[in-house]
Design a protein around this ligand. Structure first.
Ligand code: ITT
Length: 195
């Protein structure tokens, strides 16, 4: 199955290619010759995921999927959530997002947080969504240089290291994105002949 992955985040492309087996050919936006910024104007992950996959489907008419991910922190009432990519500023260096998060968390002892991913798959023009959640805590400081985004300050439940200290293989055992992807592949196995 060939799918365009509607993301401009190369780290996501790598993680997803590393997770799916050979029966999937994943085409990045760059490889599809699409260089435009995809809008994310909505206030839910679900609506933004739909916007991204619909934009690419309308452009290319090919089966495709997108995902929108947010870091939802309990003590911050779900922030940064849907604003995770632009938490500190409209055009932030990623370090600024982590600085803002650690600063806002400095007075909180409740460190509970979760990553939530919503995948929007468009197959034959029809949309299907899949959710993946990884519960964990926000560390007091950065650790590790692996991964991307908030990985250096997120410790998943059941681990003692941040995602930033893990290899991609280790992160995959906990990953919100991998969980959402597993739901997508299970669904495809059951429904491939019906859609
Ligand atoms: P798209 O092109 O797919 O939209 P993006 O980087 O803008 O790429 P999102 O809109 O999903 O991605 O924004 C989510 C933010 O959360 C973004 O800043 C990411 O760096 C961060 N993020 C997403 N997945 C993450 C993960 O697995 N670990 C750490 N941070 C993550």
């Amino acid at each position: 199955m060939t799918l365009i992955f509607a993301t401009n985040n190369e780290n996501k492309v790598q993680e997803i290619r590393n997770t799916l087996d050979d029966s999937f050919e994943i085409i990045s936006l760059k490889e599809a010759g699409i260089h435009q910024d995809i809008p994310e104007p909505h206030d839910t992950l679900e609506a933004n995921a739909t916007e991204k996959s619909r934009t690419i489907f309308d452009l290319k008419g090919m089966d495709c999927f997108s995902e929108d991910t947010g870091l939802e922190v309990a003590a911050l009432l779900g922030e940064p959530g849907v604003k995770s990519a632009r938490y500190a500023d409209d055009e932030p260096q990623f370090a600024d997002n982590i600085d803002k998060l650690l600063d806002k968390m400095s007075s909180h002892t409740n460190r509970n947080a979760r990553f939530r991913t919503v995948i929007s798959l468009i197959l034959n023009g029809k949309e299907h969504q899949f959710e993946g959640i990884c519960e964990g805590i926000i560390a007091y400081d950065r650790s590790g240089t692996g991964g991307f985004g908030y990985d250096p300050v997120f410790i998943p439940d059941g681990a003692t290291q941040t995602f930033g200290e893990m290899t991609m293989e280790e992160k995959k055992q906990y990953s919100h994105r991998v969980k959402a992807l597993a739901k997508l592949t299970d669904w495809l196995k059951e429904n491939k002949n019906k859609v």
